[in-house]
Design a protein around this ligand. Structure first.
Ligand SMILES: [Zn+2]
Length: 426
């Protein structure tokens, strides 16, 4: 079907429109307002949402009466329709699952022991360095198709397992090649500062120099990424190194996002200085935070992106304190953190289920965090994340009668259909 063809969804049991009220991400009580229309219809034309309302009103519309034969009609039979999920944090460029790590961790091995046995991130680096761009692109594409099957229509995709100028560029080129073959929206992020690669152990400053002076200019020149991310934490990059990389990234015009507070609490004042100097679109993980950070975040437009899949898969008993963030007025998003080491899932409903059961977010909050706030976290809220006239026609149809069933039926896929740009993709 051509992208300009029309699509009409009727008999939607619950349509979650998530209308944009304010000019900024949702926070506090507004995260619970889903804008539900019952017995609803959505008309899409030319890849955009044209009208939203009840089925009865839609069928009375004079334009539709005249043009109904030209429009593909889907009877949703009382199912739930919501905006396609916006997964704002994934690492899809890798070759192999880390099964040895999985088994060893279950048996009680720690990070060091796994690394000594040849596992950990180093095994993913070797896989990416040895692979061709075409093979990596196939891996990314297969993840993108899987994401769409689970209701995700917009994805942020990071490099970060190459960790050399050549392999990082190859990873971003693989993301670009896969994105061209997938109808959804892919937002590429350069994560050359994921960890210090083994050959630079003890010489992290030399690696930071390469990131800033070689990799960033090359990525900017080839326009391969919209954002730059740094893993700023114990065992990865220091706050000083992070500030240096973000300084260079900002000078090249990249947007900023960071992995922060997963393993250790940032130094008091660091989050505030980041917010002031580079206005990050998103700070991700946020398991550990200072009280002052909550106030600074609440006063900013930066989104705190929580990725409970990582806590789950590592078997942790602690999760990010979502309630504290929400009650402080911080804008919260949810993402999968899809990656081979700590969160091998592409399922946003699974991330939402974990958010409900382990972080005490309500199903409504989890849905807003996985859609409209994910769009804010990627700077795409003008086009994505809600079902309103003028926005991109990216929708997910779930085979449930009540939206609360989406995080309730955990571990199974209830997504019946994903629609991207007004076209049914699966
Ligand atoms: Zn991550």
């Amino acid at each position: 079907m051509a992208k300009s063809a029309g699509l009409l969804l009727v008999n939607i049991g619950q349509l979650l429109t998530l209308p944009s009220e304010a000019d900024g991400p949702r926070r506090g009580a507004s995260l619970s307002e889903l804008g539900i229309i019952e017995d609803a219809a959505v008309l899409c034309l030319g890849g955009k949402i044209i009208s939203v309302g009840t089925t009865k009103d839609a069928l009375r519309d004079p334009w539709l009466k005249k043009n109904r034969k030209k429009v593909t009609e889907i009877d949703c039979g009382g199912r739930v329709v919501l905006p396609g999920f916006v997964d704002s944090h994934t690492h899809p460029v890798f070759m192999h699952p880390r099964l040895m790590d999985f088994e060893k961790r279950i048996a009680g091995a720690g990070y060091e022991e796994i690394a000594e046995a040849g596992g950990g991130i180093r095994s993913s680096i070797e896989g990416v360095r040895k692979a061709s761009k075409a093979v990596l692109a196939e891996k990314v594409l297969s993840a993108l198709h899987d994401l769409a099957r689970h209701g995700t229509t917009t994805v942020e995709a990071k490099s970060g397992y190459g960790l050399s100028p050549e392999s990082e560029l190859k990873s971003l080129e693989a993301i670009r090649a896969a994105a061209k073959r997938w109808p959804g929206t892919v937002v590429p992020t350069f994560l050359g500062a994921h960890v210090v690669p083994p050959e630079f152990r003890g010489r992290s400053q030399s690696y930071v120099d390469i990131v800033c002076k070689e990799m960033l200019p090359a990525v900017a020149k080839a326009k391969l990424a919209r954002f730059v991310d740094v893993f700023c934490d114990r065992g990865a990059f220091t706050e000083k190194e992070t500030a240096t990389i973000f300084g260079a990234a900002t000078a090249h015009g990249f947007g900023i996002r960071a992995h922060l507070g997963q393993l250790s609490t940032p130094t008091a004042g660091f989050v505030e200085s980041l917010l002031q100097t580079c206005q990050p679109a998103s700070l991700d993980h946020m398991d550990y935070l200072n009280k002052g950070d909550l106030h600074a975040l609440a006063a900013s437009t930066t989104v705190a992106t929580l990725v409970p899949g990582a806590n789950y898969f590592l078997g942790l008993s602690c999760y990010p304190d979502a309630r504290r963030l929400l009650e402080s007025g911080v804008a919260v998003a949810l993402a999968t953190d899809y990656n081979p080491g700590t969160s091998p899932t592409i399922s946003m409903p699974m991330a939402m289920s974990l958010a409900c059961t382990h972080m005490r977010m309500s199903p409504a909050e989890a849905i807003a965090a996985a859609t409209i706030n994910g769009a804010w976290a990627l700077g795409l809220a003008d086009h994505k994340g809600s079902i309103e006239p003028g926005k991109d026609a990216d929708l997910a149809v779930f085979d449930v009668r009540d939206y609360r069933e989406i995080p309730y039926w955990f571990g199974v896929n209830r997504c019946a259909t994903a629609i991207i740009g007004g076209v049914v993709v699966g």
